[in-house]
Design a protein around this ligand. Sequence first.
Ligand SMILES: Nc1ncnc2c1ncn2[C@@H]1O[C@H](COP(=O)(O)OP(=O)(O)OP(=O)(O)O)[C@@H](O)[C@H]1O
Ligand SMILES: [Mg+2]
Length: 249
Amino acid sequence: MRRMAIALSKGGVGKTTTAVNLASALAARGRTVLLIDMDTQGQSAKMLGVAGEHGVTEVVNGEMGAAEAVIEARPGLGLLAGGRALAGLKRVIDRKEFGGEQTLAEALSPLDGAFDYVIVDTAPGWDVLTVNALFYADEVMTPVALEVMALQGLQEFTKSLAAIRRYHDALALRYVVPTFFDRRVRKSDEILAQLQTHFGPQLCRPIRYNVRLSEAPGYGQTIFEYAATSTGAEDYRTLAERIVDDERA
Ligand SMILES: Nc1ncnc2c1ncn2[C@@H]1O[C@H](COP(=O)(O)OP(=O)(O)OP(=O)(O)O)[C@@H](O)[C@H]1O
Ligand SMILES: [Mg+2]
């Protein structure tokens, strides 16, 4: 079971878009996938067009069993929803005297091995919920919007990751996914070249800017349901292929 956190402190870089569409692409390839939303915005459920009336909070609070709280969003794609209830969970974790960072990992241990992939979407910023997601994960995927200062943001984030790795050394920044790629914008290529220099082995093929990706959530659909032949669908299929190829590694 691969556990992957999709994270970057900077907001609006395509974390949720990547989490939902990658999870869906992996399920389409016959993998069983659990998507976990650790954001109080609760976007993952909305993007999949499901109510998300229960999820992570109920599991951690012990109100529901982990398996019972999973919503079958699509065949092969389960969802542990996030949303506003997570704010309360944050306070519960904050009040813990020790071991707070392992709260999620402990609560989810009954699901160990139950899925091929667990994809955890995280909120922007850096809070206890993100830290919990990173203590649970083995791999980090970081979407990076191709814009000025992208590299600085990523380098800051890798420092925060290094701090976690001191206590959780299995955690690796495995994938850097450039997003909002636009060939017509010269800086896109420049920033891509910088990423290649600093993160060559982790660098994935870019996700192009595609308006279909921003429209699909309004219909509660993945990009594959909303616009199967769009460049967005093509790019997320390609990303899933790379992830699956690494199963052998
Ligand atoms: N490749 C893309 N092309 C066009 N629009 C995109 C692309 N990727 C994401 N978007 C849109 O950009 C916005 C931000 O994306 P998203 O919500 O995935 O970012 P995020 O990193 O999860 O944001 P937050 O930090 O607030 O959680 C959304 O409206 C989304 O639909
Ligand atoms: Mg998001």
